[in-house]
Design a protein around this ligand. Sequence first.
Ligand code: 5GP
Ligand code: ZN
Length: 115
Amino acid sequence: MSSDCLFCNIVERSVPATIVHETGSVLAFRDINPQAPTHVLVIPKAHHVDAASMAAADPALAGEVLNVAGTVAADDGVDAAGYRLVFNTGKDGQQTVFHAHCHVLGGRGMEWPPG
Ligand code: 5GP
Ligand code: ZN
């Protein structure tokens, strides 16, 4: 836990968030600036800077993040129509919060290629 990390502070409940799912190691909450009708962030409770770092350090935890992403999509009713999972990574990936997170985006048709 890093006290200057926004998502660590959400895990610690010192920053409020609309939490939609929680396990022992993973937290899911709605994005504050949603880009689709469903826009949930799924994060490991432990601090890892990005998805690849998380997977290298703890593959089971990376699997749990993906498992919760699927649960969140089903709970929001977007699984049948389809949805998108995104891990922005680094500067060119437009990552702005350096605590690994999976965006779950759904409820509208997505475009490809992404911007
Ligand atoms: P990134 O750009 O790093 O892939 O995604 C970071 C996401 O965190 C953005 O979609 C942004 O809207 C979201 N975000 C930033 N600050 C907060 C906050 O305080 N609460 C919540 N729920 N989401 C946030
Ligand atoms: Zn953190």
